[in-house]
Design a protein around this ligand. Structure first.
Ligand SMILES: C[S@@+](CC[C@H](N)C(=O)[O-])C[C@H]1O[C@@H](n2cnc3c(N)ncnc32)[C@H](O)[C@@H]1O
Length: 187
C-alpha cells in the first residue's frame, strides 16, 4: 500500500536521437493510451506528457478531449477512466512546479550509468510505501533522455533481462509497466 504520491513523466524533450543529438520527439498515440492504462492500474497520481512543441501538446489535448468529453467518452468508458490522470507540460521544470511540494525526481535508463545518487527497485518500493512525499518517475523517448536531465535526480537501477547478451532496450511502454509493477504491484 503506497503512502507516497507517484507521478509518471514521459519526456519528449530533451532526449537524444541515434547520433546523440538533442531533439524533441513526436507524441505517439500508443504511448498516451498504453501508459495511461498502466498508470490507472497502479493508481499513479498523474501521467505527464512532456513536450516543448505547442502543436504536439495541442494534439494530446484534442485526443484527451475526444476521449474524456467527446464522442469517445460515451463510446468507451474504460478509456475515459484511464485518461483522467493525463496532463501535459512543456518542460520537466513545469511538471515539477505543477506537482509542487517535497518532490524527488527518479530517472530511468536501460544503460548502466555512472551517477552519484542511485536507487534499487527494492529501496524505492519501500520509500513509496513508507513516506508521504511526492515522486516523479521519468521515462525517455527517442534514444533516451539527454545527459542534462540526470543531475539532481535519483537514478533507478535498469531492468535487466536474462540471456548472455544482456539486451535491455525495452519500448518505453513495456519499461513503464514493468517498473510500476515492481514498485507498486501487490505481489
Ligand atoms: C529510449 S526510449 C525508447 C523509445 C522508443 N521509441 C520506444 O520503442 O518506445 C525507452 C525508455 O524506456 C525506459 N527503458 C527502456 N528499457 C529500460 C530498461 N531496461 N531499464 C530501465 N528503463 C528502461 C527508459 O526510460 C528509456 O528512455
Amino acid at each position: 500500500m503506497k503512502k507516497a504520491k507517484l507521478s509518471v513523466g514521459l519526456v519528449h524533450y530533451p532526449v537524444v536521437d541515434k547520433s546523440g543529438k538533442i531533439v524533441c520527439t513526436n507524441v505517439t498515440n500508443l504511448d498516451v493510451h498504453d501508459i495511461a492504462r498502466a498508470c490507472r492500474v497502479y493508481d499513479v497520481d498523474r501521467y505527464y506528457i512532456i513536450n516543448q512543441m505547442k502543436e504536439q501538446l495541442m494534439f494530446v489535448s484534442r485526443l484527451l478531449d475526444f476521449w474524456r468529453t467527446g464522442v469517445g467518452a460515451n463510446y468507451n468508458h474504460m478509456r475515459r477512466t484511464a485518461l483522467t490522470m493525463v496532463r501535459t507540460a512543456s518542460t520537466i521544470e513545469e511538471t515539477v512546479a505543477d506537482i509542487g511540494g517535497d518532490l524527488e525526481i527518479i530517472t530511468t535508463s536501460a544503460r548502466n550509468m555512472e551517477h552519484d545518487r542511485q536507487t534499487t527497485f527494492k529501496e524505492l518500493r519501500e520509500s513509496l510505501r513508507d513516506n508521504e512525499k511526492s515522486y516523479l518517475l521519468l521515462f525517455g523517448t527517442g534514444f533516451g533522455m539527454a545527459d542534462q536531465v540526470f543531475p539532481g535526480t535519483t537514478l533507478l537501477e535498469p531492468i535487466k533481462g536474462v540471456g548472455t547478451q544482456d539486451y535491455r532496450h525495452l519500448s518505453v511502454r513495456s519499461a513503464v509497466s514493468i517498473c510500476l509493477d515492481r514498485l507498486l504491484g501487490p505481489w
